[in-house]
Design a protein around this ligand. Structure first.
Ligand SMILES: [Zn+2]
Length: 209
């Protein structure tokens, strides 16, 4: 179920709950997650992409997103993450292999992986293509930051048209199943329950900074 929400005041961060559904969302259903980059966000990121080998990673904050749960059965739920708007993030430092930035708490993050392979953090030692180019694999640092922040997803753009969503559940200790709050292998981050544990909602919209 999709519900349109008015934008709230600038810089406010709000998770709005809509369409209370489902005791079925609580519990321990098996969840498959899908990321969808909607038109305006996708167009902006495509336009900003370039193929230079001597570039640094870039970063964005997810300004608007909507999370929709589709109940397949009591034991199976699809969770669809629609990203509606992104904005460039304030970047502290950046290299061809790393970007240091931070979005406001609760605002999911996106960063780029470049189309180059680099033998050091100096862009002059980067060549276009090669084994590290167009890598859509989150690094260990990427996962650790996601877990520490407590966000429900993050995104890598690794080509003009390629977006890789990644989730805390992909990075869990052995024997621990599928929850941001329960996995937390490095003990970092604030307390926050995952969507499916805490909110009996079928659709939520996020408005970040
Ligand atoms: Zn990365």
């Amino acid at each position: 179920m999709m519900v349109a929400w008015p934008r709230v005041r600038p810089r406010a961060i709000r998770w709005a709950l809509a369409a209370a559904c489902a005791p079925c969302l609580a519990g321990h259903a098996q969840v498959v997650r899908y990321g969808v980059m909607e038109d305006s966000a996708r167009a902006m990121l495509r336009a900003a992409w370039h193929d230079d080998s001597a570039q640094t990673e870039r970063a964005y904050c997810v300004r608007r997103a909507r999370i929709v749960a589709r109940v397949i059965s009591p034991a199976k739920i699809d969770s669809i993450f629609h990203v509606l708007e992104v904005r460039p993030a304030h970047v502290d430092t950046a290299s061809p292999n790393h970007v240091s930035f931070s979005c406001h708490a609760g605002t999911p993050e996106l960063h780029t992986h470049t189309p180059a392979t680099c033998v050091s953090d100096d862009p002059k030692y980067c060549v276009r293509g090669g084994p590290e180019a167009y890598s859509c694999q989150p690094s260990r640092d990427d996962y650790e930051k996601l877990i520490a922040r407590g966000d429900e997803f993050a995104i890598i753009q690794c080509d003009r048209v390629a977006f890789r969503f990644y989730y805390p559940s992909e990075y869990v200790a052995p024997g621990v199943h599928d929850s941001t709050s329960r996995s937390r292998p490095h003990g970092a981050g604030r307390e926050r329950s995952s969507l499916h544990d805490s909110h009996p909602a079928a659709s939520r919209e996020h408005l970040g900074n």
